[in-house]
Design a protein around this ligand. Structure first.
Ligand SMILES: Cc1cc2nc3c(=O)[nH]c(=O)nc-3n(C[C@H](O)[C@H](O)[C@H](O)COP(=O)(O)OP(=O)(O)OC[C@H]3O[C@@H](n4cnc5c(N)ncnc54)[C@H](O)[C@@H]3O)c2cc1C
Ligand code: SF4
Length: 473
């Protein structure tokens, strides 16, 4: 008989909205074994092609079925440095699970019926973490004379640093914020990715000898040229895409309209939900409107809802999205979680104008209804405004989550660094080397907003190129 996918235990919605604790509990050993037993061990495992770093999924799942979690862990670690992180945040339904042959062909949403590869990966990653399984270090004496500067401590920077340090190369990571982790710390809320999971990986890098220099903005404090003068043999840029896009509509500069980046950074990084115990405040409204349909919008909405609960307000947070639910780019799981928690959705709706009061605070959003037209350049059907469909929504706080652009400070300070029309760094696709010899780049600063595992895949490629270069010196 065909076995159904094993569900992951979760904290019930009515409890979890009152705190920032992790929502997903992960598989127990028994559940992981049951889910792994669904894998058909295909002769041609196409799921591997769906993983941006090509993890040998068939093999690691086979090891689980044999109760050999250690072997499963090392199989994943051959390709992925942070399985506990990816097992929690990978949009697997658009990656590995999408290509699993058990995926139902006619299902409305991606990857229904597929093996829950990401949940199994999390189980194995957590096993490795809980049992302190360190990947063997292959330090080579010839590399010990080199040092490399990594700019940015998001998944790209961390992954590149790890690869280099394991070879014995000295690595300094420069991070502009006071804490490391990039979006993994300031963007993704702890109820999706707990800090101890991230800190475990960062501490592992510290054990390897990686040196973290925080509160250091490269491009202002020091230039790329300065770093070379200080003796760094190569530089890796993992700057990310931290500049928010806006709607460009009237009233968008009223008080209590945040970019998702600011809102999430205040809450996740600066712990504003514990104000005044922590110094950074955040405003919260009774009628919260979140604009957007990606992971950032889902995170902002779920954070806003928790803030309403903590403040004792009725739960009233709505996501406005200009297409339909099927086209939402957010992970399916996040959409489901948001719905369970009581977040409302207004699909096929576009914001037209924010209206404020005489103190300059937002009070209403005028919206327009839309319908889907022909596909646009992204392949998704274009939303078309319906004439005369204008309506108002009450709004005393709004968060705009409609996309992110490249961080510019270092780029502006480095005119020799070639960028494309989106200001993303141009690199050689094979080596990840930029227009400046010895400067490599990867992650969201190359090709725009992507995923954690894609950022790590690029960083790993860049690290291999750096190692190759240094081994010839
Ligand atoms: C809210 C949110 C939720 C997301 N959810 C998911 C998800 O569920 N799954 C998923 O796969 N992806 C998700 N993503 C996307 C994913 O987080 C990114 O693709 C990934 O973090 C990119 O990694 P990165 O290392 O390139 O950049 P980042 O994570 O952005 O890290 C860049 C780092 O560089 C630092 N920096 C920038 N410029 C300088 C400078 N000049 N000097 C020093 N330091 C500098 C920044 O402060 C930052 O810490 C999400 C993104 C956001 C914003
Ligand atoms: S890293 Fe992500 S895409 Fe790759 S196998 Fe794991 S969950 Fe799937």
């Amino acid at each position: 008989m065909k076995k159904e996918p094993v569900k992951v235990r979760e904290v019930p919605a009515e409890i979890r909205v009152g705190n920032f604790e992790e929502v997903m509990k992960g598989y127990s050993e028994e559940e992981a074994l049951l889910e792994a037993s669904r894998c058909l061990q295909c002769k041609d495992p196409v799921c591997i092609s769906g993983c941006p770093v090509g993890i040998d999924i068939k093999k690691f799942i086979y090891h689980i079925t044999q109760n050999d979690y250690r072997a499963a862990y090392f199989t994943i670690r051959e390709k992925n440095n942070f399985p506990s992180i990816c097992g929690r945040v990978c949009p697997a339904e658009y990656q590995c699970c999408k290509t699993c042959i058990l995926t139902k062909k006619d299902a409305p949403f991606a990857s229904e019926g597929a093996i829950n590869i990401h949940f199994l990966e999390r189980f194995v990653g957590d096993y490795g973490k809980n049992n302190n399984l360190d990947v063997p270090v292959e330090k080579e004496e010839k590399f010990s004379k080199f040092k490399v500067a990594v700019v940015g401590s998001g998944p790209a920077g961390l992954c590149c640093a790890g690869e280099l340090a394991r070879k014995g190369i000295k690595v300094d990571i420069f991070e502009s914020l006071h804490k490391t982790g990039g979006v993994l710390r300031y963007g993704i809320p702890p109820f999706r990715l707990p800090w101890d999971v991230l800190d475990f990986e960062i501490n592992y890098l510290k054990k390897l000898g990686v040196n973290f220099i925080t509160n250091f903005l490269v491009g202002k404090a020091k230039t790329v040229g300065d770093l070379f003068s200080q003796g760094y043999a190569n530089i890796f840029l993992g700057l990310g895409a931290g500049v928010p896009s806006f709607l460009g509509i009237k009233g968008e500069n009223l008080c209590n309209i945040y970019s998702a980046n600011e809102f999430l950074t205040r809450v996740n990084l600066m712990l504003a939900y514990k104000f005044p115990e922590f110094h950074t405040p955040v405003n919260i409204g009774k009628n919260v409107l979140i604009v957007g349909g990606g992971n950032t919008a889902m995170d902002a909405a779920r954070v806003a809802l928790r803030l309403q609960k903590l403040k004792g307000y009725p739960l009233n947070t709505t996501i406005i999205y200009r297409r339909t639910e099927v086209q939402m780019p957010a992970r399916r799981l996040e959409i489901e979680h948001a719905k369970e928690e009581g977040i409302k959705f207004e699909f096929l709706v576009q914001p037209k104008e924010f209206i404020g009061d005489d103190q300059g605070f937002v009070r209403k959003l005028i919206c327009l209804r839309s319908k889907l037209g022909e596909p646009d350049s992204s392949g998704r059907r274009r939303p078309i405004v319906i004439e005369g469909s204008e309506f108002e929504m009450n709004c005393d706080l709004s968060v705009i989550a409609v996309g992110l652009k490249a961080n510019q400070i270092l780029i502006n300070a480095t005119p020799e660094l070639k960028t494309d029309k989106y200001s993303d760094v141009i690199v050689d696709a094979e080596t990840m080397e930029s227009s400046i010899k010895g400067v490599f780049a990867g992650g969201d600063i190359v090709g725009g907003e992507g995923t954690v595992i894609e950022a790590m895949g690029m960083a790993k490629k860049a690290a291999q190129s750096i190692i190759g270069k240094l081994s010839k010196k």
